[in-house]
Design a protein around this ligand. Structure first.
Ligand SMILES: [Cu+2]
Length: 358
């Protein structure tokens, strides 16, 4: 039977329709990007001058100005709180501690990996079948068939359906990553310097914390991984939406925390922004992920996520202020109408954090 005589127009129409269906999903991705660009381009970088006087690029890291760690009821979390870090011989993603990260990990483990594996095994099986069945010895007279409409329809439609199936969670993830933070999100600005990070808290008095890598001896003494441990961590509230902005003072850096599914370039003269919500208190490590010069490999990021009251106590210990309580995502009971900036009251509020479940 010669399938080539079947109407080719019908086949072409089916493939065109399928392709159109796949393309119809694409504009969502574009509009998601538009939203972010609009959100990001609004504020210009005005606070560059707020950086400390030690901003000049130098090989020797500047001394940390934020020496208030020991002050007012704040002790840095111990190494038992380390959650997001690379593991020895690990080949997959780090465990995820944000909603986006968990969704992305699910998509990788449940959607992408099985599909890729099945396709690879299927193609391998086909190849082996051809090699065994249609070699010169077992199949001396080759078939002259050139068209098979049924198979052509199948091998066009099935890949289209697979791609559409992947596109749905993929574009969902893309849109989630571009979600704008709510109005009451805590704003934190990370500035990349050659070669360390500065963290500014514009909503809390605008103080800046300078974060440098610890030496190997210091890191080991702390029970922390060398080249990831820092002197002053980026302290953030857990379970609170954070408007994390990035910029840079000299060259392009990139702020990346694998276990929080967060990576955002830090570009001089630009302010990038993405929402970050850390689901549980803990320590999460990352690194600058844009080749930024000689000591690019030595400007790690360490995030310390604290329950909201403890985070507020830390802010006060740094000389910062705490504004009105946000309405969303604050399961802990608000401290009984304590006015901001009363350091005496904060020590009582900052109860010890329960030990992590191991
Ligand atoms: Cu860098």
């Amino acid at each position: 039977m010669n399938f080539g005589n079947l109407p080719r127009g019908a086949v072409r129409m089916i493939t065109t329709l399928a392709a159109a269906a796949a393309l119809a999903v694409a504009p969502q991705a574009l509009s998601a990007q538009d939203v972010t660009e609009a959100a990001v381009s609004a504020p210009a970088v005005q606070q560059a001058d707020a950086a400390p006087g030690t901003v000049v690029a130098t090989d020797t890291a500047p001394a940390a100005p934020a020496a208030g760690d020991a002050a007012a009821g704040y002790t840095p979390l111990g190494s038992e709180w380390i959650k997001g870090q690379p593991v020895d011989k690990g080949i997959t993603f780090q465990e995820q501690y944000s909603k986006d990260g968990k969704f992305a990990l699910w998509m990788h483990d449940v959607v992408l990996l099985p599909i890729i594996t099945a396709i690879c095994l299927f193609v391998l099986g086909l190849l082996l079948w051809v090699v065994v069945k249609f070699n010169r010895r077992s199949n001396p007279v080759a078939s002259k068939t050139t068209h098979n409409t049924f198979i052509e329809v199948v091998w066009t439609l099935v890949p289209v359906l697979i791609l559409v199936g992947i596109a749905v969670p993929s574009i969902t993830l893309l849109a989630r990553q571009y979600e704008s933070p709510p109005a009451d999100a805590v704003t934190v600005k990370a500035t990349g310097y050659q070669w360390y990070w500065g963290y500014t808290y514009p909503d809390n008095g605008g103080f800046e914390v300078i974060s440098n890598m610890l030496t190997k001896e210091q890191a080991v003494a702390n029970g922390e991984p060398h080249q990831l441990a820092v002197d002053n961590r980026l302290v953030l509230p857990a379970n609170t939406p954070i408007r994390l902005q990035t910029t840079a003072a000299d060259v392009i850096h990139s702020f990346a925390i694998p276990s929080l599914w967060f990576k955002l370039d830090a570009v001089p003269g630009r302010l990038n922004e993405r929402m970050l919500t850390i689901e549980e208190p803990g320590i999460y490590y990352g690194q600058c992920s844009e080749l930024c010069g000689a000591r690019h490999g030595y400007m790690p990021i360490a995030i310390e996520a604290l329950p909201r009251p403890q985070w507020e106590a830390w802010v006060r210990s740094q000389g910062g202020t705490v504004g009105p309580q946000p309405t969303a995502a604050a399961p802990a009971p608000a401290p009984a109408a304590t006015p901001a900036a009363v350091p005496a009251a904060t020590e009582a509020e900052a109860e010890p954090i329960p030990a992590p479940a191991t």
